[in-house]
Design a protein around this ligand. Structure first.
Ligand code: RFL
Length: 402
Protein backbone atom coordinates (compact mmCIF):
# COMPACT_ATOMS: atom_id res chain seq x y z
CA UNK A 1 0.00 0.00 0.00
CA UNK A 2 1.41 3.43 -0.88
CA UNK A 3 1.63 6.26 1.64
CA UNK A 4 -0.99 8.16 -0.32
CA UNK A 5 -3.51 5.29 -0.09
CA UNK A 6 -2.68 4.97 3.58
CA UNK A 7 -3.26 8.67 4.28
CA UNK A 8 -6.44 9.45 2.38
CA UNK A 9 -9.96 7.92 2.70
CA UNK A 10 -11.97 9.74 5.25
CA UNK A 11 -15.01 7.45 4.96
CA UNK A 12 -15.49 3.74 5.10
CA UNK A 13 -16.65 0.76 7.06
CA UNK A 14 -15.22 -2.32 8.72
CA UNK A 15 -16.50 -4.88 11.21
CA UNK A 16 -13.97 -3.59 13.73
CA UNK A 17 -12.57 -0.05 13.68
CA UNK A 18 -9.43 0.15 15.83
CA UNK A 19 -8.46 3.58 17.14
CA UNK A 20 -4.71 3.96 17.63
CA UNK A 21 -1.61 2.23 16.25
CA UNK A 22 0.27 1.62 19.50
CA UNK A 23 1.10 -1.80 20.97
CA UNK A 24 -2.59 -2.44 21.82
CA UNK A 25 -4.10 -1.40 18.48
CA UNK A 26 -1.49 -3.07 16.27
CA UNK A 27 -1.46 -6.33 18.23
CA UNK A 28 -5.24 -6.43 17.99
CA UNK A 29 -5.14 -5.57 14.27
CA UNK A 30 -2.70 -8.38 13.52
CA UNK A 31 -4.73 -10.97 15.44
CA UNK A 32 -8.04 -9.98 13.81
CA UNK A 33 -6.46 -9.93 10.38
CA UNK A 34 -5.01 -13.42 10.88
CA UNK A 35 -8.52 -14.66 11.78
CA UNK A 36 -10.01 -13.11 8.64
CA UNK A 37 -11.94 -10.38 10.51
CA UNK A 38 -12.57 -7.21 8.52
CA UNK A 39 -10.80 -4.41 10.42
CA UNK A 40 -9.13 -1.05 9.94
CA UNK A 41 -6.76 1.00 12.12
CA UNK A 42 -7.22 4.78 12.34
CA UNK A 43 -4.17 6.61 13.70
CA UNK A 44 -3.82 10.31 14.48
CA UNK A 45 -0.04 10.53 14.00
CA UNK A 46 1.92 10.08 10.78
CA UNK A 47 3.77 6.88 10.04
CA UNK A 48 7.21 8.15 11.05
CA UNK A 49 5.98 9.37 14.42
CA UNK A 50 4.35 6.00 15.10
CA UNK A 51 7.58 4.17 14.32
CA UNK A 52 9.89 6.39 16.37
CA UNK A 53 8.00 7.20 19.58
CA UNK A 54 10.32 5.95 22.34
CA UNK A 55 8.56 4.84 25.51
CA UNK A 56 8.64 1.32 27.01
CA UNK A 57 11.51 -1.13 26.85
CA UNK A 58 10.93 -3.88 29.40
CA UNK A 59 8.69 -6.61 28.03
CA UNK A 60 7.38 -9.27 30.39
CA UNK A 61 7.65 -13.00 29.69
CA UNK A 62 3.92 -13.21 29.03
CA UNK A 63 4.13 -10.46 26.41
CA UNK A 64 6.78 -12.46 24.57
CA UNK A 65 4.58 -15.58 24.83
CA UNK A 66 1.60 -13.73 23.34
CA UNK A 67 3.65 -12.30 20.48
CA UNK A 68 5.27 -15.72 19.88
CA UNK A 69 1.88 -17.45 19.74
CA UNK A 70 0.89 -15.24 16.85
CA UNK A 71 4.18 -15.14 14.95
CA UNK A 72 4.88 -11.51 15.91
CA UNK A 73 8.10 -11.92 17.88
CA UNK A 74 10.79 -12.39 15.21
CA UNK A 75 12.39 -8.95 15.61
CA UNK A 76 12.20 -9.18 19.37
CA UNK A 77 14.03 -12.50 19.37
CA UNK A 78 16.66 -11.19 16.93
CA UNK A 79 17.41 -7.88 18.63
CA UNK A 80 15.88 -8.00 22.11
CA UNK A 81 18.15 -8.62 25.09
CA UNK A 82 17.26 -10.90 28.01
CA UNK A 83 17.33 -9.14 31.36
CA UNK A 84 16.96 -10.61 34.82
CA UNK A 85 18.71 -8.52 37.46
CA UNK A 86 17.99 -5.37 39.39
CA UNK A 87 20.23 -3.50 41.76
CA UNK A 88 19.07 -1.37 44.68
CA UNK A 89 21.42 1.34 45.91
CA UNK A 90 20.30 2.64 49.28
CA UNK A 91 21.54 4.68 52.23
CA UNK A 92 22.51 1.49 54.03
CA UNK A 93 24.28 -0.30 51.20
CA UNK A 94 23.35 -1.88 47.92
CA UNK A 95 22.13 -5.30 46.90
CA UNK A 96 21.16 -7.14 43.72
CA UNK A 97 18.23 -9.41 43.00
CA UNK A 98 18.61 -11.93 40.20
CA UNK A 99 14.88 -12.00 39.70
CA UNK A 100 15.07 -14.42 36.77
CA UNK A 101 16.13 -17.09 39.29
CA UNK A 102 13.40 -16.11 41.79
CA UNK A 103 9.62 -16.39 41.77
CA UNK A 104 8.50 -18.13 38.59
CA UNK A 105 11.98 -17.91 37.08
CA UNK A 106 10.91 -15.47 34.36
CA UNK A 107 12.93 -12.66 32.82
CA UNK A 108 12.30 -9.47 30.84
CA UNK A 109 13.23 -8.92 27.23
CA UNK A 110 14.57 -5.43 26.66
CA UNK A 111 13.23 -4.26 23.32
CA UNK A 112 12.37 -0.61 22.63
CA UNK A 113 8.65 0.02 22.17
CA UNK A 114 9.24 1.84 18.87
CA UNK A 115 10.92 -1.30 17.48
CA UNK A 116 8.03 -3.47 18.63
CA UNK A 117 5.51 -1.08 17.07
CA UNK A 118 7.52 -1.00 13.83
CA UNK A 119 7.55 -4.83 13.71
CA UNK A 120 3.79 -5.01 14.36
CA UNK A 121 3.09 -2.40 11.70
CA UNK A 122 5.34 -4.08 9.11
CA UNK A 123 3.64 -7.43 9.72
CA UNK A 124 0.17 -5.91 9.58
CA UNK A 125 0.85 -4.16 6.26
CA UNK A 126 2.57 -7.23 4.78
CA UNK A 127 -0.57 -9.25 5.53
CA UNK A 128 -2.71 -6.69 3.73
CA UNK A 129 -3.98 -4.84 6.83
CA UNK A 130 -5.75 -1.50 6.37
CA UNK A 131 -4.46 1.54 8.25
CA UNK A 132 -5.01 5.28 7.87
CA UNK A 133 -2.42 7.58 9.38
CA UNK A 134 -3.04 11.26 10.11
CA UNK A 135 -6.66 10.35 10.78
CA UNK A 136 -7.80 11.56 14.16
CA UNK A 137 -10.89 10.01 15.70
CA UNK A 138 -12.95 12.73 17.30
CA UNK A 139 -15.98 10.89 18.65
CA UNK A 140 -17.56 7.50 18.77
CA UNK A 141 -21.36 7.64 18.55
CA UNK A 142 -23.41 4.59 19.27
CA UNK A 143 -26.99 5.53 19.98
CA UNK A 144 -28.45 1.99 20.11
CA UNK A 145 -25.27 0.11 21.15
CA UNK A 146 -25.06 -1.96 17.96
CA UNK A 147 -23.84 0.20 15.07
CA UNK A 148 -21.18 2.67 16.18
CA UNK A 149 -19.88 5.44 13.95
CA UNK A 150 -16.52 7.14 14.36
CA UNK A 151 -16.26 10.78 13.35
CA UNK A 152 -12.74 11.55 12.10
CA UNK A 153 -10.68 14.46 10.80
CA UNK A 154 -7.69 14.12 8.51
CA UNK A 155 -4.45 16.15 8.65
CA UNK A 156 -5.99 18.86 6.43
CA UNK A 157 -9.00 19.16 8.70
CA UNK A 158 -11.39 17.34 6.37
CA UNK A 159 -14.13 15.48 8.26
CA UNK A 160 -15.06 11.87 7.68
CA UNK A 161 -17.04 9.02 9.19
CA UNK A 162 -16.36 5.31 9.70
CA UNK A 163 -19.14 2.80 10.34
CA UNK A 164 -18.53 -0.50 12.14
CA UNK A 165 -19.97 -3.22 14.35
CA UNK A 166 -17.36 -2.71 17.06
CA UNK A 167 -14.91 0.04 17.93
CA UNK A 168 -11.74 -0.89 19.80
CA UNK A 169 -10.52 2.15 21.72
CA UNK A 170 -6.74 1.66 21.75
CA UNK A 171 -6.01 5.37 21.49
CA UNK A 172 -4.46 5.97 24.88
CA UNK A 173 -5.39 8.04 27.85
CA UNK A 174 -6.41 11.20 25.97
CA UNK A 175 -8.02 9.55 22.96
CA UNK A 176 -11.51 9.78 21.51
CA UNK A 177 -12.68 6.49 23.03
CA UNK A 178 -12.45 7.77 26.60
CA UNK A 179 -14.12 11.05 25.62
CA UNK A 180 -17.03 9.16 24.08
CA UNK A 181 -17.93 7.07 27.11
CA UNK A 182 -21.42 7.39 28.60
CA UNK A 183 -21.96 9.17 31.90
CA UNK A 184 -22.21 5.80 33.67
CA UNK A 185 -18.51 5.03 32.97
CA UNK A 186 -16.30 5.25 36.05
CA UNK A 187 -12.68 6.38 36.19
CA UNK A 188 -10.79 5.39 39.32
CA UNK A 189 -7.86 7.76 39.58
CA UNK A 190 -4.91 8.29 41.88
CA UNK A 191 -2.25 10.98 41.73
CA UNK A 192 0.79 9.64 43.60
CA UNK A 193 2.06 13.18 44.20
CA UNK A 194 5.48 12.33 42.77
CA UNK A 195 7.02 13.39 39.45
CA UNK A 196 9.93 12.07 37.43
CA UNK A 197 12.14 13.62 34.83
CA UNK A 198 12.35 10.86 32.19
CA UNK A 199 15.53 10.94 30.11
CA UNK A 200 16.86 9.08 27.11
CA UNK A 201 20.63 9.37 26.92
CA UNK A 202 22.89 8.55 24.00
CA UNK A 203 25.10 6.46 26.22
CA UNK A 204 25.56 2.72 26.78
CA UNK A 205 24.07 1.28 29.97
CA UNK A 206 26.28 1.78 33.01
CA UNK A 207 25.06 -1.29 34.88
CA UNK A 208 24.18 -4.81 33.77
CA UNK A 209 21.04 -4.43 35.88
CA UNK A 210 18.04 -2.17 36.32
CA UNK A 211 19.31 0.39 38.81
CA UNK A 212 17.06 1.77 41.54
CA UNK A 213 18.78 4.40 43.65
CA UNK A 214 17.06 5.49 46.85
CA UNK A 215 18.53 8.73 48.11
CA UNK A 216 17.54 11.48 50.53
CA UNK A 217 17.57 13.85 47.52
CA UNK A 218 15.07 11.60 45.76
CA UNK A 219 14.87 8.53 43.55
CA UNK A 220 17.04 7.91 40.48
CA UNK A 221 16.60 5.05 38.02
CA UNK A 222 18.68 3.42 35.30
CA UNK A 223 17.22 1.13 32.62
CA UNK A 224 18.98 -0.30 29.58
CA UNK A 225 17.32 0.23 26.20
CA UNK A 226 19.92 -0.68 23.57
CA UNK A 227 23.74 -0.99 23.66
CA UNK A 228 23.84 2.70 22.63
CA UNK A 229 20.89 4.23 24.50
CA UNK A 230 19.92 4.22 28.18
CA UNK A 231 16.83 5.49 29.99
CA UNK A 232 17.29 7.38 33.25
CA UNK A 233 14.80 8.82 35.68
CA UNK A 234 15.19 11.51 38.35
CA UNK A 235 12.56 12.22 40.96
CA UNK A 236 11.61 15.76 40.02
CA UNK A 237 9.93 18.61 41.80
CA UNK A 238 6.35 18.84 40.57
CA UNK A 239 5.80 21.81 38.29
CA UNK A 240 9.47 22.22 37.28
CA UNK A 241 9.96 22.34 33.50
CA UNK A 242 11.80 19.47 31.81
CA UNK A 243 14.46 21.82 30.44
CA UNK A 244 15.09 23.61 33.77
CA UNK A 245 18.46 21.89 34.30
CA UNK A 246 21.53 21.76 32.06
CA UNK A 247 22.81 18.37 30.89
CA UNK A 248 25.80 18.80 33.19
CA UNK A 249 23.60 19.34 36.23
CA UNK A 250 21.49 16.31 35.33
CA UNK A 251 24.55 14.05 35.06
CA UNK A 252 25.90 15.41 38.37
CA UNK A 253 22.61 14.72 40.11
CA UNK A 254 22.31 11.23 38.58
CA UNK A 255 25.86 10.49 39.74
CA UNK A 256 25.13 11.70 43.26
CA UNK A 257 21.90 9.76 43.70
CA UNK A 258 23.32 6.65 42.03
CA UNK A 259 26.30 6.85 44.38
CA UNK A 260 28.92 6.71 41.67
CA UNK A 261 31.57 7.54 44.28
CA UNK A 262 31.05 3.99 45.63
CA UNK A 263 30.06 2.17 42.43
CA UNK A 264 32.00 3.78 39.59
CA UNK A 265 31.00 6.45 37.08
CA UNK A 266 28.04 6.46 34.70
CA UNK A 267 28.62 6.42 30.95
CA UNK A 268 27.54 9.89 29.96
CA UNK A 269 26.26 11.11 26.61
CA UNK A 270 23.94 13.56 24.90
CA UNK A 271 20.45 13.69 26.32
CA UNK A 272 18.20 12.84 23.41
CA UNK A 273 14.81 13.26 25.03
CA UNK A 274 13.45 14.58 28.30
CA UNK A 275 9.93 14.73 29.63
CA UNK A 276 8.26 15.27 32.98
CA UNK A 277 6.05 12.41 34.11
CA UNK A 278 3.60 13.07 36.95
CA UNK A 279 3.08 9.64 38.46
CA UNK A 280 -0.63 8.96 38.18
CA UNK A 281 -2.69 5.81 37.82
CA UNK A 282 -6.19 5.23 36.63
CA UNK A 283 -8.56 2.42 35.75
CA UNK A 284 -11.70 2.72 33.65
CA UNK A 285 -14.56 0.51 34.66
CA UNK A 286 -16.14 -1.28 32.86
CA UNK A 287 -14.06 -1.70 29.70
CA UNK A 288 -17.06 -2.42 27.51
CA UNK A 289 -19.84 0.03 26.71
CA UNK A 290 -22.07 -1.58 24.12
CA UNK A 291 -19.98 -1.87 20.98
CA UNK A 292 -17.14 0.34 22.27
CA UNK A 293 -14.32 -1.60 23.93
CA UNK A 294 -11.25 -0.20 25.66
CA UNK A 295 -7.74 -1.70 25.68
CA UNK A 296 -4.23 -0.56 26.62
CA UNK A 297 -3.69 2.90 28.13
CA UNK A 298 -7.28 3.79 27.15
CA UNK A 299 -8.44 1.10 29.61
CA UNK A 300 -5.96 1.72 32.39
CA UNK A 301 -2.88 3.76 33.03
CA UNK A 302 -0.42 2.26 35.50
CA UNK A 303 2.20 4.75 36.66
CA UNK A 304 5.44 3.69 34.88
CA UNK A 305 7.23 2.71 38.13
CA UNK A 306 6.78 -1.02 37.43
CA UNK A 307 6.90 -1.10 33.59
CA UNK A 308 3.45 -2.59 33.15
CA UNK A 309 1.63 -0.41 30.58
CA UNK A 310 2.82 -1.88 27.28
CA UNK A 311 2.63 -5.39 28.75
CA UNK A 312 -0.99 -4.93 29.79
CA UNK A 313 -1.72 -3.44 26.35
CA UNK A 314 -0.54 -6.60 24.57
CA UNK A 315 -2.32 -8.93 27.00
CA UNK A 316 -5.62 -7.03 26.68
CA UNK A 317 -5.30 -6.93 22.89
CA UNK A 318 -5.10 -10.73 22.84
CA UNK A 319 -8.10 -11.10 25.19
CA UNK A 320 -10.09 -8.64 23.09
CA UNK A 321 -9.13 -10.37 19.84
CA UNK A 322 -10.26 -13.75 21.23
CA UNK A 323 -13.64 -12.33 22.23
CA UNK A 324 -14.18 -10.45 18.96
CA UNK A 325 -13.24 -13.53 16.90
CA UNK A 326 -15.65 -15.69 18.92
CA UNK A 327 -18.39 -13.17 18.31
CA UNK A 328 -17.76 -12.24 14.67
CA UNK A 329 -16.33 -15.47 13.24
CA UNK A 330 -18.00 -18.09 15.45
CA UNK A 331 -21.29 -16.34 16.06
CA UNK A 332 -21.13 -16.32 19.85
CA UNK A 333 -22.98 -13.14 20.91
CA UNK A 334 -21.97 -13.63 24.58
CA UNK A 335 -18.25 -13.75 23.83
CA UNK A 336 -17.59 -10.14 24.80
CA UNK A 337 -19.52 -10.28 28.06
CA UNK A 338 -16.51 -11.37 30.12
CA UNK A 339 -13.92 -9.16 28.41
CA UNK A 340 -14.04 -6.39 30.99
CA UNK A 341 -13.96 -8.69 34.02
CA UNK A 342 -11.05 -10.75 32.63
CA UNK A 343 -8.92 -7.69 31.91
CA UNK A 344 -9.71 -5.89 35.15
CA UNK A 345 -8.33 -8.77 37.22
CA UNK A 346 -4.92 -8.33 35.51
CA UNK A 347 -5.16 -4.54 35.58
CA UNK A 348 -5.74 -4.29 39.34
CA UNK A 349 -2.92 -6.79 40.02
CA UNK A 350 -0.56 -4.59 37.97
CA UNK A 351 -1.86 -1.45 39.67
CA UNK A 352 -1.27 -2.95 43.10
CA UNK A 353 2.33 -3.84 42.34
CA UNK A 354 2.98 -0.52 40.65
CA UNK A 355 1.63 1.24 43.75
CA UNK A 356 3.91 -0.89 45.95
CA UNK A 357 6.93 0.06 43.81
CA UNK A 358 6.08 3.76 44.11
CA UNK A 359 6.00 3.43 47.90
CA UNK A 360 9.32 1.58 47.80
CA UNK A 361 11.20 4.02 45.57
CA UNK A 362 10.23 7.44 46.87
CA UNK A 363 11.46 9.06 49.99
CA UNK A 364 9.22 11.76 51.42
CA UNK A 365 11.33 14.87 51.08
CA UNK A 366 10.13 16.64 54.27
CA UNK A 367 11.58 16.46 57.80
CA UNK A 368 8.32 16.30 59.78
CA UNK A 369 6.97 13.39 61.84
CA UNK A 370 4.78 12.12 58.99
CA UNK A 371 7.81 11.98 56.65
CA UNK A 372 9.90 10.20 59.29
CA UNK A 373 7.21 7.56 59.76
CA UNK A 374 6.83 7.02 56.02
CA UNK A 375 10.60 6.85 55.49
CA UNK A 376 10.98 4.30 58.29
CA UNK A 377 8.34 2.08 56.69
CA UNK A 378 10.17 2.33 53.40
CA UNK A 379 13.51 1.35 54.95
CA UNK A 380 11.89 -1.60 56.65
CA UNK A 381 10.33 -2.70 53.35
CA UNK A 382 13.71 -2.49 51.59
CA UNK A 383 15.38 -4.45 54.39
CA UNK A 384 12.76 -7.17 54.11
CA UNK A 385 13.31 -7.32 50.34
CA UNK A 386 17.07 -7.57 50.90
CA UNK A 387 16.89 -10.40 53.42
CA UNK A 388 13.71 -12.42 52.93
CA UNK A 389 13.72 -15.06 50.19
CA UNK A 390 9.92 -15.25 50.34
CA UNK A 391 9.65 -11.50 49.83
CA UNK A 392 12.11 -11.73 46.93
CA UNK A 393 10.06 -14.49 45.27
CA UNK A 394 6.93 -12.37 45.63
CA UNK A 395 8.78 -9.39 44.14
CA UNK A 396 10.10 -11.39 41.18
CA UNK A 397 6.72 -12.93 40.40
CA UNK A 398 5.05 -9.53 40.31
CA UNK A 399 7.93 -7.62 38.73
CA UNK A 400 8.09 -9.75 35.58
CA UNK A 401 4.60 -11.14 35.77
CA UNK A 402 1.49 -9.79 34.16
P1 RFL B 1 -0.11 4.18 22.94
O1 RFL B 1 1.20 3.56 22.77
O2 RFL B 1 -0.20 5.52 23.58
O3 RFL B 1 -0.78 4.27 21.49
C1 RFL B 1 -1.98 4.97 21.30
C2 RFL B 1 -2.02 5.43 19.87
O4 RFL B 1 -3.26 6.11 19.64
C3 RFL B 1 -3.02 7.28 18.86
N1 RFL B 1 -4.13 8.20 19.12
C4 RFL B 1 -5.16 8.37 18.27
N2 RFL B 1 -5.41 7.84 17.08
C5 RFL B 1 -6.58 8.21 16.46
N3 RFL B 1 -7.45 9.11 17.00
C6 RFL B 1 -7.22 9.67 18.21
N4 RFL B 1 -8.08 10.54 18.75
C7 RFL B 1 -6.02 9.30 18.91
N5 RFL B 1 -5.49 9.65 20.11
C8 RFL B 1 -4.33 8.95 20.22
C9 RFL B 1 -1.67 7.75 19.33
O5 RFL B 1 -1.05 8.59 18.36
C10 RFL B 1 -0.93 6.43 19.53
O6 RFL B 1 -0.29 6.03 18.34
O7 RFL B 1 -1.14 3.25 23.73
P2 RFL B 1 -1.23 1.64 23.91
O8 RFL B 1 -1.23 0.96 22.58
O9 RFL B 1 -2.35 1.44 24.82
O10 RFL B 1 0.15 1.23 24.61
C11 RFL B 1 0.43 1.66 25.92
C12 RFL B 1 1.94 1.86 26.08
O11 RFL B 1 2.40 2.76 25.08
C13 RFL B 1 2.30 2.40 27.48
O12 RFL B 1 1.51 1.79 28.47
C14 RFL B 1 3.77 2.15 27.83
O13 RFL B 1 4.62 2.93 27.02
C15 RFL B 1 4.04 2.43 29.32
N6 RFL B 1 5.48 2.31 29.64
C16 RFL B 1 6.06 1.09 29.83
N7 RFL B 1 5.32 -0.05 29.75
C17 RFL B 1 5.90 -1.27 29.86
O14 RFL B 1 5.18 -2.29 29.80
N8 RFL B 1 7.27 -1.40 30.05
C18 RFL B 1 8.09 -0.32 30.12
O15 RFL B 1 9.31 -0.46 30.26
C19 RFL B 1 7.49 0.99 30.04
N9 RFL B 1 8.25 2.10 30.10
C20 RFL B 1 6.27 3.48 29.70
C21 RFL B 1 7.67 3.34 29.93
C22 RFL B 1 5.71 4.75 29.52
C23 RFL B 1 6.51 5.88 29.60
N10 RFL B 1 5.92 7.17 29.45
C24 RFL B 1 5.12 7.42 28.29
C25 RFL B 1 5.52 7.82 30.63
C26 RFL B 1 8.47 4.47 29.99
C27 RFL B 1 7.91 5.75 29.84
C28 RFL B 1 8.79 6.97 29.89
Amino acid sequence: MTDRQIRTTAHGSADVVILGAGPAGLTLGNLLLAAGIDCVVLERADRDRVRTRARAGFLAANTVRVLDRHGLADGLHRRGLPHGTCEFRTEVGSFRLDYSTLGRGEQHTVYPQQDLVTDLLTHYLAEGGRIHFETEAQRVDDADGTRPAVTVRDADGRPGRWQSRYVAGCDGRHGAARHSLPATARRHHRDHGVSWLGLLAEAPPSLDAVGYALHRRGFAGHMARTPEVTRYYLQWERGTAADAWSQERIWDELGLRMRTADHGPLHQGRILQRSVIDLQSDVMEPLRHGSLLLAGDAASLPAPAAAKGANLAVLEAELLAESLIDDLAHGDPTALDQYSRRCLAHIWRAQEFSHWMIQLLHAPLGSDEESFFHESLRRSRIESLRTSRIHQDWFAENYVGI
